[in-house]
Design a protein around this ligand. Structure first.
Ligand code: PRP
Ligand code: URA
Length: 210
């Protein structure tokens, strides 16, 4: 598994405002989108391309184009929806599929309540969007779902991660082509499965449910 943790003052600055409990939902949504665009730059480092020859007004040159089949972007509802615009802005030719998941507040077990993905993902590169990688249960379920459908390469973009979840996913996906890009790797999980220091419940903060 490849792991990339962002190390950039602009990202840390935006994360600091995002974490602040006084930041209102509208600002939280805008910052989430900006952060995803910055993280997407790293997440797409291995996007599959092929050479194309084009003619500029001055000369013929060889460049790169994103290859077929198109990458698939999969936001995990609800909170991952807040990351979608930031990602599609950077990869406008990508297809978008959806997975709805919620984790039980007591057991922390995730369950799937909605799914709208292509049936066959052979040869597809998939980009999963979920702001929080806590126990890792939700992200692992999403990654397994995509591999079962035939995907051969999955990259997850998360705003914050906890070491416990990262370690669990690393063990469970050994030998698979998995990349995780994080805005920050936090200290730990608390007894309720929240990331510490974290930012609270990402879905609630995005959609004003607090
Ligand atoms: C949050 C978050 C992740 C999950 C992370 O979603 O967006 O999907 O929890 O926790 P885990 O790593 O322990 O599985 P939640 O279940 O609260 O649903 P929501 O997006 O609808 O708020
Ligand atoms: N889900 C969230 O929204 N926040 C956490 O800290 C953990 C899981």
């Amino acid at each position: 598994m490849r792991v990339h943790v962002a190390d950039h003052p602009l990202i840390t600055h935006k994360l600091t405002v995002l974490r602040d409990q006084t930041t209102p939902s509208a600002t939280f949504r805008a910052l989430t989108e900006e952060l995803v665009t910055l993280l997407a730059y790293e997440a797409t480092r291995h996007v599959r391309t092929h050479e194309v020859t084009i003619q500029t007004p001055v000369a013929q040159t060889v460049g790169l184009a994103i290859s077929e089949p198109r990458p698939l972007i999969v936001p995990i509802l609800r909170a991952g929806l807040g990351m979608l615009e930031g990602m599609v802005k950077l990869v406008p030719s990508a297809e978008v599929g959806f997975l709805g998941m919620v984790r039980d507040h007591d057991t922390l077990e995730p369950s799937v309540y909605a799914e709208r993905l292509p049936d066959h993902l052979e040869g597809r590169q998939c980009f999963v969007l979920d702001p929080m990688l806590a126990t890792g249960g939700s992200l692992l379920a999403a990654i397994e779902f995509l591999f079962e459908r035939g995907a051969d390469d999955v990259t997850a973009v998360c705003i914050l991660g906890a070491p416990e979840g990262l370690e669990m996913i690393e063990k469970a996906t050994a030998g698979r082509d998995v990349t995780i890009v994080l805005g920050a790797l936090d200290e730990k999980l608390n007894e309720k499965g929240y990331i510490v220091p974290g930012l609270g419940d990402a879905g609630d903060r995005l959609y004003g449910t607090v």
